[in-house]
Design a protein around this ligand. Structure first.
Ligand code: FAD
Length: 449
C-alpha cells in the first residue's frame, strides 16, 4: 500500500469515472482514466439522463466551479411537469415540478453526449482513449497493474472499476456477482424538435416529462430536450449574456452535435418483441416500435414515423443482485460496475455520481494521512453497498421495468394498468398528496441515507 499520496487508475470514462477523476485532480491526487472508446465522440450517447439533486451535488463537489457552471448551461430546459398519459394522449395526472432556479435542488435534463463532453473538458492529459481493459494483477508491493487489449499496462495504488454494467474488472474481482436480464426491452429514438413536431404534443407534455401507461402492457416516455444552441450549433438569441459567454468559450461544444429533440422511448416485457430485436437498427427498429404502438394516438405515431432512424437503439434492461460483503483491497468499484439498476427510478447515473463524490472524499482523507488507503476504500464500500443495492431494488419494482411486472400479465395486467393510472390520477388531484409526491420525487433523489 502507498505511504504517500496514491496514484489512482480508473477504468471507464463514463459518468461516474470522470466525475471521480475531476474530484481527485482538484484534490491534487494523481489519477489516470482508461477508456475503450477510440475518441471522445464515439458511442450512441445522445439520449437523455435526468440528473436530480444527488447527481448535481456530486458534480458541484467534484468539478472545478467554472466547469460546474458549464454543466448547468448545457442542460436542456428543465421539465416543468411530470405527467402520466395514456396511449391516446389523454392526461391521467400532471404534477408541477419545482422551478430550476436552484443549481442543485432541481431535476435537470441532460444529453448523455453533452454531459460526456462537459466531463471530458480539461481532462485531455488524464483520459487515455482506445484502452480496453482486460485484466489486473495485485502485486506484493501493494500496487495494482491494469492490462489493456493493446498489450500496454498501467500501475497504480488503487484500481477503480467505473466500466459500467458489463464491467470486466468486476468479472475478475467479484466473479460471483450477478448481473441479470430484467426481462424488459426499450427502443429509444430521437425525433428532431421542429415547429411541426412540437405542435403534435399537448402543452404540458411539451413542457414536461411524460410517462405513457399504454394499454396492452406497452409503456413509453417522452422528454422534450431543448438546448441553448440552435441546429447550426450557434447560441440562441434569447440566451442570457453569462450563459452565452460560457458556452461560446467552452471547447467541448466542438465535439458535441446534440440538437433540440424529443426523446421517445417505448418499452415492454421482452416477450412482446421479435426475437432478433437486439440486432435490428434504423428503419427496421423504428418499424418494430410502430408495430407495437399500432393503437396509439396518431400524433404519437407520427412522432415515431418522424424519428431519426440513425438514433433508434434497442436496450436490454439489466439489473444486479446484492453482492455478499467482500474484503476491501486495492481494487474497488463504482456506479453500474457494481450496482447496475433498471431505469425505473432514473437514478443509475445519480448513484454513480454519488459514489464518485463519496470515494473522492475518502481518498482525500487517505492522501492527507488521516486514514490508510485500505481503510478509505473499506469506509467507501461500507456506505456505498447498502444505498447502491437499495436503489437497485426500488428501481426494479417501478414503471414496469421488470419483465415480471403484473402489468405484463394477460388478465391481471388490465387491472394493474387501471390501478397505476388511478393511483397517479388521485394523487395529482388531492393537493396534499400531490405536494408529497413532488417532494418525494426530489427527496428520493437527494437523500443521503
Ligand atoms: C434507457 C435508460 C435511461 C436512463 N435514465 C437515467 C436517468 O434518467 N437518470 C439516471 O440517473 N440514470 C439513468 N440511467 C442509468 C445511467 O445511464 C447509468 O446508470 C450511468 O450511466 C452509469 O454510469 P457509470 O459511470 O457507472 O457507467 P457508464 O456511464 O456506462 O460508463 C462506463 C464506461 O466504461 C467504458 N468501458 C466499458 N468497458 C470497458 C473496458 N473493458 N475498458 C475500458 N473502458 C470500458 C465504457 O465505454 C463507458 O465509457 C438510464 C439508463 C438507461 C438504460
Amino acid at each position: 500500500m502507498a505511504s504517500g499520496p496514491p496514484h489512482v487508475l480508473i477504468i471507464g470514462a463514463g459518468t461516474g469515472g470522470l466525475c471521480l477523476a475531476h474530484g481527485l485532480r482538484r484534490a491534487g491526487i494523481s489519477v489516470a482514466v482508461y477508456e475503450r472508446y477510440r475518441t471522445r465522440g464515439e458511442g450512441l450517447l445522445g439520449y437523455r439522463v435526468g440528473i436530480g439533486p444527488t447527481g448535481s451535488k456530486a458534480l458541484r463537489e467534484c468539478l472545478p466551479p467554472e466547469l460546474f457552471d458549464v454543466y448547468l448551461a448545457t442542460c436542456a430546459r428543465s421539465p416543468r411537469y411530470f405527467n402520466v398519459i395514456t396511449q391516446r394522449l389523454r392526461r391521467t395526472a400532471s404534477f408541477t415540478l419545482r422551478p430550476d432556479t436552484d443549481p442543485v435542488e432541481t431535476e435537470r435534463s441532460v444529453a448523455r453526449m453533452t454531459l460526456r463532453q462537459v466531463l471530458l473538458t480539461g481532462m485531455e492529459d488524464v483520459v487515455h482513449f482506445d484502452k480496453t481493459f482486460t485484466r489486473y494483477e495485485q502485486r506484493d508491493d501493494g500496487t495494482v497493474t491494469a492490462h489493456f487489449a493493446d498489450g500496454s499496462t498501467a500501475t497504480g495504488d488503487l484500481l477503480v472499476a467505473a466500466d459500467g454494467t458489463h464491467s470486466a474488472v468486476r468479472r475478475q474481482y467479484l466473479p460471483h456477482a450477478v448481473v441479470r436480464d430484467a426481462g424488459t426491452i426499450n427502443i429509444a429514438t430521437r425525433v428532431p424538435l421542429t415547429a411541426h413536431t412540437r405542435q403534435l404534443l399537448p402543452e404540458r407534455v411539451e413542457k414536461g416529462i411524460s410517462l405513457i401507461f399504454g394499454a396492452g402492457g406497452i409503456m413509453g416516455v417522452l422528454h422534450v430536450m431543448e438546448f441553448k444552441w440552435d441546429r447550426d450549433g450557434e447560441i440562441k438569441p434569447d440566451v442570457g449574456d453569462d450563459d452565452a459567454t460560457l458556452l461560446r468559450n467552452w471547447p467541448g461544444r466542438r465535439h458535441d452535435n446534440t440538437r433540440d429533440n424529443i426523446n421517445f422511448i417505448i418499452w415492454s416485457t421482452a416477450r412482446r418483441f421479435p426475437p432478433d430485436v437486439m440486432q435490428r437498427r434504423g428503419e427496421d427498429l423504428v418499424q418494430t416500435a410502430r408495430n407495437l404502438t399500432r393503437h396509439w394516438h396518431p400524433n404519437l405515431r407520427e412522432l415515431l414515423a418522424r424519428s431519426d432512424p440513425g438514433s433508434a437503439l434497442p436496450i436490454r434492461v439489466a439489473t444486479s443482485e446484492p453482492v455478499p460483503a467482500w474484503k476491501s483491497s486495492t481494487v474497488t468499484l463504482l456506479g453500474d460496475a457494481i450496482h447496475t439498476m433498471t431505469p425505473g427510478r432514473g437514478v443509475g447515473a445519480n448513484t454513480a455520481l454519488r459514489d464518485a463524490a463519496l470515494l473522492c472524499r475518502q481518498l482525500r482523507q487517505a492522501a492527507a494521512g488521516d486514514k490508510t488507503l485500505l481503510q478509505a476504500v473499506a469506509d467507501y464500500e461500507a456506505a456505498m453497498v447498502p444505498y447502491g443495492f437499495a436503489r437497485v431494488a426500488d428501481s426494479l419494482n417501478r414503471s414496469g421495468t421488470s419483465g415480471d411486472d403484473r402489468m405484463y400479465k394477460p388478465v391481471v395486467g388490465r387491472l394493474a394498468l387501471l390501478g397505476a393510472r388511478g393511483y397517479f390520477g388521485v394523487t395529482s388531484r388531492v393537493p396534499r398528496l400531490a405536494r408529497k409526491f413532488v417532494n418525494d420525487f426530489y427527496t428520493y433523489r437527494g437523500e443521503e441515507d
